[in-house]
Design a protein. Structure first.
Length: 301
């Protein structure tokens, strides 16, 4: 099978592992920098051109779209979909998951556990917004932030008010969330493929750091999930319409809470921590799904 990996950087661990895993399974793998693609949008013969050549005969794509490149990246994924190519994650699902506010609203509608979250545009009633999530300490997040950037823990009411005023003064969109103290600076990354959690790890923030991101010095260890945590992670991914995703959970006094969903989760941390061939499982899932979709489409005619 001919599979494209949409990635800006072929040297990244996740990109390399997907290529290696695909080739090990006998597939023809090609890494494509989606920012260098341009599209011929037409009803007759839609096409994607890359480095002067039309991309043809691909049966599946695996999007690895950077958060800051979501608009154009999902446009390229959408063009592959127009051409009838199976995508590990649909363009619409990627866009949906990248909008943190929309993501939380969808999860809330599906009855999936979340930290109490507030959002506001105006700054006239910051006190009310703070009290709405249970008061300080609380977490303030930039909607556009990734890997823990733009996430602030405000210990006091006044500190929270000052940070919110500063962000809104810059016209930055923010979320205000309750601080789950009992999580003690740790979260759980669940890697979901299809309808299964294939790997999971606990990430613990560095000393004095409430953010558990491995990029910020956090440490990881393999963990056994409870049935509730597995169910919550899979339900969250299905609610977003994703097929391959990382779900970050918090263990709270009132059950598993979804912190975030990542449609392009990194492989390095979870593979090194769990010794599970996650890249191989992604390739296996994508190849089988592409065949099933093609077979289903062929039998309709």
């Amino acid at each position: 099978m001919k599979i494209a990996i949409l990635s800006q950087d072929s040297s990244l661990y996740s990109t390399r592992r997907l290529r290696e895993a695909g080739e090990a399974q006998g597939h023809e793998m090609q890494i494509i920098n989606y920012l260098r693609c341009y599209m011929n949008i037409t009803a007759h013969k839609p096409a994607i051109i890359y480095r002067g050549k039309t991309l043809e005969d691909f049966e599946a794509v695996i999007p690895r779209i950077g958060a800051s490149r979501t608009f154009y990246g999902t446009a390229v994924v959408r063009q592959f979909e127009v051409m009838g190519v199976f995508s590990a994650n649909d363009s619409q699902a990627i866009s949906r998951s990248r909008d943190k506010l929309r993501c939380l609203q969808i999860l809330a509608r599906k009855g999936i556990g979340l930290p109490v979250t507030g959002c506001a545009h105006a700054t006239e009633d910051i006190d009310g917004l703070i009290e709405n999530v249970g008061g300080a300490p609380l977490v303030i997040k930039l909607l556009e932030g990734t890997q823990g950037i733009g996430v602030v823990l405000a210990e006091t009411h006044q500190a929270a008010k000052s940070v919110i005023e500063a962000f809104r003064g810059l016209d930055a969109n923010i979320l205000v969330q309750e601080y789950i103290k009992e999580a003690e600076g740790a979260d759980i990354r669940c890697f979901v493929i299809g309808d299964k959690v294939v790997a999971s790890m606990k990430r613990q923030g560095a000393e004095g750091e409430f953010r558990s991101n491995l990029h910020r010095g956090g440490k990881a260890e393999k963990i056994r999930l409870t049935p509730e945590e597995r169910s919550t992670a899979v339900r969250a991914v299905k609610a977003m319409g994703l097929r391959v995703a990382g779900v970050d959970l918090l263990r709270s006094n009132h059950g598993a809470l979804v912190l975030e969903i990542n449609s392009s989760p990194g492989l390095e941390g979870i593979e090194n921590t769990t010794s599970i061939d996650v890249a191989g499982k992604i390739i296996d899932f994508v190849a089988k799904s592409a065949i099933q979709v093609k077979t289903r489409n062929d039998t309709q005619y």
